[in-house]
Design a protein around this ligand. Structure first.
Ligand code: PLP
Length: 380
C-alpha cells in the first residue's frame, strides 16, 4: 500500500491523475472524532480496528489519544502492537482460534478477552496456560446478547450469551481466578440511545444475579454515523444516556466503563476518489464498486455526498442523476441509489465520494483483479 500526503484532494488529482481508486484520509476529521469520544464518553475509549485497519488511521487516532484497541484477530493484534508497542489490545471476538489466543497472549501480552460460552473460557485458560486458578492477570468479558431492532446491523444473531445464562458464565470466570467483566454490542449504526439503556439495565440484572463485581462494563460500538439524509441524535445524547444508566448500576468506585466504536470514529475521515471509465447515457462506469470499497453503500442503501473533479475545465452547473456501475463483470456491481452530478459528467472525470471511512477498505475484495491499494492523507 502506497502512502503520500497532499494539501487537498484536487491537488492529489492534479499530481497523480489517478486511473485507479484512491482512499483519502483526513487526519483533522480523525482528530475531531477522537476528541469527541475522549472528551464526551464517560469512560475509556477503544478503537475497533476492523472498521478501518489502515495503519495511518491507527497512528493518527493514537496520536489523538486513543491508546486502547478492540482487535478481532491475531493479524489485527499484530498490526496494532507492531505500530504501537505500548498500546493495549483487547481480543474482543467471542470465537477465537487456539493458536491466535496463544500468540496474542504470549507474544503480544494480550490479557483482555471476550467469551460467550464456557467452551471459549476453557480454550482461553488452556491456551494462555492459566488453567488451575492462575488466571489473575486475565480480564474475561462475558458478552451479553442484546435485543434486536435498534440498529442497521444486528450482531446478537451471531454472538452473545442470553441473559439467563450470563450469570453462570460470569461466576465461571470468577471460579477460574480471572477478573470478570461484562460487554455487549447493540449492533452497528444504532439509531437510538435506548439500545444502550436497555442493554445496561439487563447488564445490571445479570450482575445482581451473579453477585459479581466487574472489572469494567464495555458498551461496545454501534454509535451511529450521521450519514447524509439521516436525522439521528448527536453522539452526546448517547454518551449522556450511557453515563446515566451506568450510574444507576451503583458499581464500586473505580469500575470503568469502556466503549469500542469503529464507524462513528472514522466514517467522516475517509473519502474515495474514483475515475469515470465510460459514460453510457445516464450511466457512469467507475473504477471501484460494491465488491471493492463501496459495499456499505449497497448494504445500507446510502447516498453519500459526491463531488465531480475535472482538471480540463469547469463542469456544467446543471445536474442530473447518474446510475453508478462498478468495474467488475458482475451485473450486481451497481450502486443502489443514483449520484447527482453535473449533467456533462464524462469519461476521465473523477468523483470524490464522502463518508466512506468506515467498512470500506476493510471489506474490499480483489474480485476481477480490481481493488484500491492507494491511500493518501489530505490536509495535514
Ligand atoms: C465486538 C465489536 N466491537 C466493536 C465493533 C465496532 O462497531 P461499530 O463500527 O458499529 O462502532 C464491532 C463491529 O462489528 C464489533 O463486532
Amino acid at each position: 500500500m502506497k502512502h503520500a500526503a497532499f494539501a487537498t484532494v484536487d491537488a492529489m488529482v492534479r499530481a497523480l491523475a489517478p486511473s485507479y481508486p484512491v482512499m483519502c484520509i483526513y487526519p483533522a476529521e480523525l482528530r475531531k472524532s477522537a476528541r469527541a469520544f475522549l472528551d464526551g464518553f464517560p469512560g475509556r475509549v477503544l478503537y475497533a480496528v476492523k472498521c478501518n485497519p489502515d495503519p495511518q488511521v491507527i497512528r493518527i487516532l493514537a496520536e489523538a489519544g486513543i491508546r486502547n484497541f478492540d482487535t478481532a484477530s491475531l493479524p489485527e493484534v499484530a498490526l496494532v502492537k507492531e505500530l504501537l508497542p505500548d498500546a493495549t489490545c483487547y481480543f474482543n471476538h467471542p470465537v477465537k482460534n487456539r493458536a491466535a489466543i496463544e500468540s496474542a497472549h504470549h507474544v503480544y501480552d494480550v490479557r483482555h478477552f471476550v467469551i460467550d460460552s464456557h467452551e471459549e473460557l476453557a480454550k482461553i485458560l488452556a491456551c494462555t496456560g492459566k488453567a488451575g486458578g492462575k488466571a489473575g492477570d486475565l480480564v474475561i468479558q462475558v458478552r451479553l446478547a442484546t435485543a434486536p431492532g435498534y440498529a442497521a446491523f444486528d450482531l446478537s444473531l451471531k454472538f452473545g450469551v442470553p441473559m439467563e445464562q450470563a450469570s453462570g458464565l460470569l461466576r465461571a470466570v470468577v471460579a477460574a481466578g480471572a477478573q470478570p467483566a461484562l460487554s455487549f454490542h447493540v449492533g452497528s449504526q444504532c439509531a437510538t440511545p435506548e439500545a444502550y439503556e436497555h442493554a445496561l439495565r439487563e447488564a445490571g440484572t445479570v450482575l445482581a444475579a451473579a453477585g459479581v463485581v466487574p472489572a469494567y462494563v464495555n458498551v461496545g460500538g454501534g454509535f451511529p454515523a450521521h450519514y447524509r439524509g439521516s436525522s439521528l441524535l448527536p453522539l452526546g445524547a448517547f454518551f449522556e444516556a450511557i453515563g446515566r444508566e451506568v450510574k444507576a448500576l451503583h458499581l464500586p468506585a473505580g469500575t470503568d466503563t469502556l466503549c469500542e466504536p469503529g464507524r462513528a470514529l472514522v466514517v467522516e475521515a475517509g473519502t474515495l476518489v474514483v475515475q469515470v471509465q465510460l459514460r453510457k447515457g445516464d450511466s457512469l462506469y467507475v473504477n471501484d464498486g460494491i465488491f471493492g470499497s463501496l459495499s456499505e453503500l449497497n448494504v445500507a442503501r446510502l447516498t453519500p455526498p459526491t463531488r465531480l473533479i475535472r482538471l480540463s475545465g469547469p463542469s456544467a452547473n446543471e445536474t442530473r442523476e447518474f446510475r453508478i456501475f462498478g468495474p467488475t463483470c458482475d451485473s450486481a456491481d451497481v450502486l443502489p441509489l443514483p449520484f447527482v452530478l453535473p449533467a456533462d459528467a464524462a469519461e476521465g472525470d473523477w468523483i470524490e465520494i464522502g463518508q466512506v471511512g468506515a467498512y470500506s477498505n476493510a471489506l474490499a475484495s480483489h474480485f476481477n483483479g480490481f481493488y484500491c491499494d492507494t491511500t493518501v492523507t489530505i490536509g495535514d
